[in-house]
Design a protein around this ligand. Structure first.
Ligand SMILES: Cc1cc2nc3c(=O)[nH]c(=O)nc-3n(C[C@H](O)[C@H](O)[C@H](O)COP(=O)(O)OP(=O)(O)OC[C@H]3O[C@@H](n4cnc5c(N)ncnc54)[C@H](O)[C@@H]3O)c2cc1C
Length: 508
């Protein structure tokens, strides 16, 4: 029994929980992270199958060159000098396949602009407007790039639907499909996606794109090291089942083991709807409860592959394979467990560097660890969950096999030789994500922030319970960058905006 009083208990050890933990520990607080799973890291974790390491929720990171937005945060959090980052190709960091064409997307806004103009010369003016708007929007948004402090944060002015915006500047048809083909990175159709979300994600990867060499420098371990080296403490296998609340003020947490841990503040970083089960129902008003129970983004189905290095086209770039020009089809699909086509498959490989200083006798083979992902709607997630509950080895397994086969057939359209050069070593569904991170229906990016309901989708980090705070991908924007910003935003409430921003940007 640990009866000591912590300054802050942080529930959840994903990127948002660890970011909050590192900031608090750096500020001299006694910070404790409690994680329900046996391994820390949430979606930053990797796992191993057949001597290969596979990522779960981090395939690629953007904007990590010195002076770029995420670089500031990673440097401040003590990650930059510990992670071995592998750059994707400047000429093509993403390859986008449509039925009759494929496009190589280069790093750099100007390079991409020129590539687009070459392919769509009749829309040159619209393309130039798109890139100048992107630049303008990014320079007027607070926190995405901590070194930019706009006179007034104009985020809320750019929440109109992406599709409306593109059409208003004369972009439609195949160019519209190409520009919005990266939508799986935020899980929203162009009718629902706020322009701001699309610009933030596109900007980040166009600045620079990297993969983590997880073999030598696992991301989750790096986060834990940084937290511990600043004095933080972490418990795994410690599920919080109840918040201790007295006089509408949080005073700690009770674990599944009935252990009571006391603290002055609690930060909850899991899916926010989960806090409703941790506290008496009367504490949160129906409006707030509804907000936390809003629609979520789709989940993901993943196939982990060993792909012969000499035939694998993914060493320096990711790929999206679309089976039609309708990029939004994947969000309107009825049911892939029946006969519906998938719409899209995303492919990414982990770097497998032959570093002479490392003994790779066990891990080095002639294959890349490749992940193939497709989106899963909440209706499909619920069906998979039902099958899993009925019988893990029967209907659920059959459904997983069916989706896996569809994914392989989908990839075969572009890489016909794949079947002779790969081995399927694992598959997972939103049920798996829910089991490991408790995230509602295994949603990939948590609560939807649509153009139509943007403000309702954004939750405040402060709650009605004194000293109980929320962070994580559902609170602000999703992705590693978005989740870090949500925790920095919360810590700015605690320590002051100017003070913390200065620390993040200074000396770098
Ligand atoms: C398939 C997939 C691929 C992705 N690829 C990328 C990518 O390439 N780049 C990118 O930037 N983003 C990517 N993302 C998104 C990114 O992974 C997430 O936005 C981010 O990791 C979310 O972090 P988080 O801290 O909010 O949540 P999580 O990582 O889910 O952390 C929450 C933690 O809280 C714990 N928890 C919950 N309830 C309790 C409780 N009661 N007691 C104790 N612990 C609890 C959970 O176990 C979990 O560890 C991807 C996501 C998915 C699903």
């Amino acid at each position: 029994m640990d009866n000591s009083l912590y300054d802050t208990i942080i529930v959840g050890s994903g990127i948002s929980g660890m970011t909050a933990g590192i900031i608090l520990a750096k500020e001299g607080e006694r910070a404790l992270v409690v994680e329900q799973h046996s391994i820390a890291g949430g979606m930053t974790q990797t796992y191993s199958r057949k001597e290969k390491i596979f990522p779960t929720g981090v395939h690629r990171l953007g904007s990590l060159n010195p002076g770029q937005p995420l670089w500031y945060y990673f440097t401040y959090l003590g990650l930059m000098n510990k992670l071995d980052l592998v750059k994707l190709s400047n000429e093509c960091f993403e390859r986008i396949y449509f039925p009759s064409e494929n496009y190589k997307i280069p790093i750099g806004h100007e390079n991409y602009q020129h590539t687009l103009i070459e392919s769509f010369p009749d829309q040159e003016k619209s393309i130039s407007t798109y890139f100048s708007d992107l630049k303008h929007v990014i320079s007027n948004i607070g926190m995405y790039d901590p070194s930019i402090i706009p006179g007034k944060d104009l985020s809320l002015q750019y929440t109109r639907p992406l599709k409306d915006y593109l059409q208003s500047i004369g972009i439609s048809g195949r160019l519209e499909s190409l520009l919005t083909a990266n939508s799986p990175l935020y899980g929203l159709s162009s009718q629902e996606c706020p322009l701001l979300t699309h610009f933030l994600v596109s900007d980040s990867y166009l600045n620079s794109s990297f993969r983590i060499n997880e073999l030598d420098t696992p991301f989750s371990d790096t986060l834990v090291d940084s937290f511990k080296s600043n004095g933080g403490k972490i418990y795994v296998n410690s599920r919080v089942k109840e918040l201790i609340i007295k006089n509408k003020t949080v005073a700690g947490v009770i674990l599944d083991s009935n252990e009571r841990l006391l603290s002055k503040k609690v930060i909850f970083s899991g899916h926010p709807s989960l806090i409703l089960d941790l506290s008496p129902p009367e504490l949160f008003r129906p409006v707030f409860r509804n907000r936390l129970n809003q629609a979520n983004t789709p989940g993901s189905f993943g196939v982990a592959l060993k792909w012969a290095k000499n035939t694998c086209p993914l060493e320096k770039n990711d790929a999206y394979i679309y089976d039609s020009w309708d990029v939004n089809y994947q969000y309107a699909r009825e049911n892939i467990l029946e006969d519906d086509p998938l719409g899209m498959v995303y492919l990414s490989a982990l770097p497998d560097k032959d570093r002479p200083d490392k003994d790779r006798s066990n891990t080095s083979d002639q294959n890349f660890a490749v992940t193939a992902l497709t989106g899963i709607s909440s209706k499909e997630s619920l069906l998979l969950k039902k099958y899993y509950k009925e019988s893990k080895n029967n209907r659920y397994k059959t459904a997983k096999n069916k989706i896996t086969q569809k994914i392989l057939n989908h990839i075969k359209q572009v890489y016909p030789g794949i079947i002779d050069n790969i081995e399927v070593v694992d598959t997972y569904s939103p049920v798996t994500f829910q089991r490991y991170t408790l995230t509602k229906n295994g949603s990939s990016y948590g609560i939807k922030k649509t153009a139509q309901h943007f403000l309702e989708g954004m939750c405040s980090p402060a709650t009605k319970i004194k000293n109980l705070f929320l962070t994580g991908q559902s609170i602000g924007f999703s992705g590693i960058h978005g989740s870090i910003v949500s925790s920095v935003n919360l810590c700015q409430l605690l320590f002051g905006k100017e003070y913390l921003t200065k620390k993040i940007v200074q000396k770098q």
